[in-house]
Design a protein around this ligand. Structure first.
Ligand code: ZN
Ligand code: MN
Length: 252
């Protein structure tokens, strides 16, 4: 595989590959967040990083930037909540400014097009804000910058959903630590998953509001919002292939 990770390049090669804005820069953004007792804290970082590397390797003139690992605060109804040990998050303004600064640095090198691959639901609007502000700032300076923003799960088709969830799909919101992420991690990093510790839970149901401070009793003690028990590496491979090829077909 050709080398697509910016962090592994020397500066001269990086300069050659990015001269006159000829490469698109993929930036994965994740979170450090509990995903149940059966899995490491980093699926939200590792999954978009892998997808980004594959997209860059198979696509034309793309490079992957080192991921942003810390994400916006885990919310009870999408990530289990910000109170679990190990869940280590930053505020919306910190994430927005950090992403803005990283993108600005790449713009300063001459890069003009970016693909942000989000792996943590809660990050979404912070990334919108960073992208919107950067594009507007650059525009006022006469610099044309284009930023694509996507969350990888939006590339999963109904056909794949029915294969991965033959018993019925309860929605992406409760997939935190469930079949989706566990299957992908079994494919990518089986050493970071221990299915012997996986806890069977019913898909979470929540009231139609949030409450602050968050109420830990809304979440199963294991921390996942649905059961990971039916996860398999084969399902993970199917999902990954669809996300990678889908992103390429839209953005290559
Ligand atoms: Zn996750
Ligand atoms: Mn998450």
């Amino acid at each position: 595989m050709k080398s697509v990770k910016i962090e592994n390049l020397d500066w001269v090669t990086y300069k050659e590959l990015t001269e006159s804005g000829k490469s698109r820069i993929i930036l994965p953004i994740g979170a450090i967040e509990q995903h149940g007792p059966h899995m490491s804290l980093n699926p939200d970082v590792l999954i978009p990083s892998h997808i980004g590397e594959q997209v860059a390797a198979r696509g034309d003139n793309m490079l992957v930037a080192p991921p942003i690992s810390y994400g916006y605060k885990s919310q009870v109804k999408s990530g289990g909540g910000n109170f679990f040990p190990g869940t280590t998050c930053v505020s919306a303004s910190s994430l927005e400014h950090y992403v803005f600064d990283v993108l600005q640095a790449y713009v300063n090198h001459g890069n003009r097009e970016f693909i942000l691959i989000n792996g943590h639901f809660e990050n979404s609007m912070c990334l919108c804000e960073a992208a919107d502000k950067l594009v507007n700032k650059c525009k006022s300076e006469g610099i044309g910058v284009k930023i694509y923003l996507l969350s990888y799960w939006d590339f999963i088709s109904e056909a794949t959903i029915s294969k991965v969830f033959p018993d019925g799909f309860t929605g992406w919101a409760v997939e935190h630590g469930g079949v989706l992420e566990t299957s992908i991690m079994l494919k990518l990093h089986p050493e970071l998953v221990d299915m012997a510790k996986a806890v069977d839970v019913e898909p979470a149901t929540f009231p139609p509001y949030d409450v602050f401070p968050p109420d830990p009793s809304w979440v199963a003690p294991s921390g996942t919002l649905s059961s990971p028990l039916k996860a398999t590496a084969e399902k993970g491979e199917l999902i990954l292939e669809e996300c990678i090829s889908g992103i390429l077909s839209h953005l290559n």
